[in-house]
Structures are given as structure tokens and as C-alpha cells.
Design a protein around this ligand. Structure first.
Ligand SMILES: Cc1cc2nc3c(=O)[nH]c(=O)nc-3n(C[C@H](O)[C@H](O)[C@H](O)COP(=O)(O)OP(=O)(O)OC[C@H]3O[C@@H](n4cnc5c(N)ncnc54)[C@H](O)[C@@H]3O)c2cc1C
Length: 326
């Protein structure tokens, strides 16, 4: 096992998991959790400046899985950060890179993500219109996680000719940005909001890249692979607590890590269904006490329900309905 994974396991088992029932009932992930992940280098997971010992991509995914099995809300906030790290790393905008890459790597600067509103099929919910010196962003991002816990937002808006404009903006409410918290059955402490953007001027020097929507979509399967590890984390925690046979979990992990792009939706569905069944098995294993609000069984079952829909796509939904429908 790599040192980074061993450190992730220690954090998950000794800090995140013991606090998970309290975080489940809280409005906000403890900053101490995020600070610890930063101190231990985990905010730099995707950075070329990272000093973490992470040999390959499956090792990255094991870390995501491990944190999710410790505390889903904490893992959920932390995982949104990495897109900004990659964007700044790959950006031709040298000023942004030199301003932010080190801070994003150490986690002294933390980022969230607002992508879905621009990249989903159909008309964009967030539009970009050219303006003198930059762009005007207008519209709604229905889901933005980590508001109040992040400094920057990696945000995409789409032009009328299907070009995505990606930028790094300050993640603060202001006249042009208003947010409304959403009430959820799980991971409420992730501070997920709906964001309304009204004629926000985004100067060119905050733009990380512009790219055709079709080009962006080519990277979607890998992002689905990445977020699929959340369900494995929930499944793994329930499997351990209920003393279940881990063979199915191992197979689901292997399936997700090694799926071809076409196979990823099915592998995501397998992982999500396994999380649901494992959490349900834990509830049954623990008996009546599992329904008490501080118990892990009911929390993991709600988290597994949440992961049936988070980061979904039509092919994942179809595969899950196929597996779950009577
Ligand atoms: C609790 C929660 C927190 C979330 N936090 C964030 C966040 O911080 N940042 C963020 O950008 N998104 C976030 N999302 C959105 C998430 O990534 C997906 O967009 C969403 O889970 C898909 O939900 P849906 O199937 O209901 O489709 P809808 O949201 O109704 O989307 C409509 C269609 O667009 C597709 N679609 C949605 N997003 C994308 C995408 N990125 N690429 C390609 N197709 C897409 C969906 O598959 C669906 O077919 C969050 C979602 C949830 C539930």
C-alpha cells in the first residue's frame, strides 16, 4: 500500500469516521477536516507539484473511496477541488497558473465546481456572452457544493455556438451572484447551494480555457470514474461494519477502475447498487438501533440513496433502473 493511501486510511478511520454522525447532523463540514486533508497533501492530488506518493490512477481512486467511507460530506467537498487544479495546470493563462497553482496544491486556496449548468445536454442554464475585455455570465447553476468552504469557483458557461468558457472566480455572494442552500437527505454539511448568476462580468484574465462542448465531453467518462469511487467508499464502510464478504466490493472496484469508457456507466451503476444493498444489509445486521439518528446504518443508507443520483448520466440511470426495477 502506498504511503498516501495509508495516510488516507488513518485519517478516514481515526478522524473522519468517528465524527461522521455529528457531521451528518451539522450544516457545515468542520474546517479542521479540510485543513487536515490540506496539511497531508491531499488537496494537491491532481497537481504536478504534488509530493504525494500516488503511483497510478487506481491509487487516486482508492483515496477518494477511503475518504468517502470515512465521511461522505467531507469527501464530497474535497473532491470538487481537483478540477480547478487540473484546469490551472493545463491553462495557457500563465498569470492564473502562477497566482493559484501552489495555493491550490497545498490547499491554502480551495475550489469548488460549477460545471453541470453549462455542459448538460439541451440549452445551457449558464450562458456566456462576449463582452469588452471578457465575458458576461448569466443563468443558474442548480448544484454547487462547498459554498462558504471554498475560496474559488471553477465555473463554466456556454456560448450560443456551444463553446465552453471556463473561469476561476471568487466564491462569494455579491450583487451578481446569489446562492440558496438546498436541503438534502444526506451530506447536508457539504453546503450545496443553487447559484443564481446575473450579468457577472468575467474578465479575460480569469479565464482558464475556452473549448468546444464536444471536446469537453470526451473527458466526461473519466470524471464519472472518479466520482464512482464515492459509492465504493459507502459500500466498503457498510461491508466492514456488517462483517460482509468483501468479494463483491473488490469486483465492483476492479470493474470501475478498469472499465473502458463505454463500460463506465454500467460500472457506476454496479457500485451505486452495491452501496445501497450493503447499507441496507448493515441496517438489517444492526437491527432496531440502526434507525436511531446517530447510527451509521441509517446514515449510510441515506448516503447510498444520494449516490444513486449524484453525478448521474442517462446511461447510468438506465443501467441502475435496469438493475433496481422489479
Ligand atoms: C447533491 C449534489 C451536489 C452536486 N454538486 C455539484 C457541483 O458542485 N458542481 C457541479 O457542477 N455539479 C454538481 N452536481 C450535479 C451533478 O454533477 C449532476 O449534474 C447531477 O447529479 C445529474 O443529475 P440528474 O441526473 O438529475 O440530471 P440533471 O441535473 O437534471 O441534468 C439534466 C441532464 O444533464 C446531464 N448532465 C448533468 N450534468 C452533466 C455533466 N456535468 N456532464 C454531462 N451531462 C450532464 C444529466 O445526466 C441529465 O441527463 C451535484 C448534484 C447533486 C445531486
Amino acid at each position: 500500500m502506498s504511503e498516501a493511501l495509508a495516510a488516507a486510511r488513518r485519517i478516514a478511520d481515526e478522524v473522519l469516521f468517528p465524527a461522521a454522525p455529528a457531521v451528518d447532523a451539522a450544516d457545515e463540514v468542520p474546517r479542521s477536516h479540510l485543513d487536515l486533508l490540506a496539511e497531508q497533501g491531499f488537496y494537491g492530488l491532481a497537481s504536478p507539484e504534488s509530493t504525494l506518493d500516488v503511483p497510478d490512477y487506481p491509487a487516486v481512486q482508492r483515496i477518494v473511496e477511503t475518504f468517502a467511507g470515512g465521511c461522505l460530506a467531507t469527501a464530497f467537498v474535497w473532491m470538487q477541488h481537483h478540477g480547478a487544479v487540473i484546469a490551472v495546470t493545463e491553462s495557457g493563462n500563465e498569470t492564473l497558473r502562477s497566482k493559484y497553482l501552489s495555493g491550490l496544491t497545498t490547499g491554502t486556496v480551495r475550489a469548488g465546481l460549477a460545471a453541470g449548468a453549462a455542459v448538460r445536454p439541451g440549452p445551457p442554464l449558464l450562458r456566456a456572452t462576449p463582452a469588452d475585455g471578457g465575458w458576461i455570465f448569466d443563468g443558474t447553476a442548480p448544484w454547487v457544493t462547498g459554498w462558504g468552504l471554498v475560496d474559488l469557483l471553477h465555473i463554466a458557461a456556454r456560448t450560443d455556438d456551444d463553446t465552453l468558457v471556463w473561469a476561476l472566480i471568487d466564491a462569494v455572494d455579491r450583487a451578481e451572484i446569489t446562492t440558496t442552500p438546498v436541503e438534502m437527505v444526506a451530506a447536508q454539511a457539504s453546503r450545496t447551494v443553487t447559484m443564481q448568476v446575473e450579468r457577472l462580468f468575467v474578465p479575460r484574465d480569469l479565464v482558464t480555457s475556452t473549448m468546444p462542448l464536444a471536446e469537453h465531453r470526451k473527458g466526461d467518462p473519466e470524471s464519472l470514474r472518479f466520482s464512482g469511487s464515492l459509492a465504493l467508499g459507502v459500500a466498503g464502510r457498510a461491508t466492514g461494519l456488517a462483517d460482509l464478504d468483501p468479494a463483491e466490493l473488490d469486483a465492483a472496484r476492479d470493474g470501475l477502475h478498469h472499465a473502458s469508457h463505454d463500460e463506465i456507466p454500467r460500472a457506476r451503476a454496479v457500485a451505486a447498487e452495491l452501496a445501497l444493498r450493503s447499507a441496507a444489509a448493515l441496517v438489517v445486521h444492526d437491527g432496531s438501533r440502526a434507525v436511531l439518528t446517530h447510527e451509521h446504518g441509517q446514515r449510510l443508507l441515506r448516503e447510498a440513496g444520494f449516490l444513486l443520483v449524484f453525478g448521474s448520466r442517462p446511461a447510468i440511470k438506465a443501467a441502475l433502473l435496469d438493475r433496481l426495477s422489479p
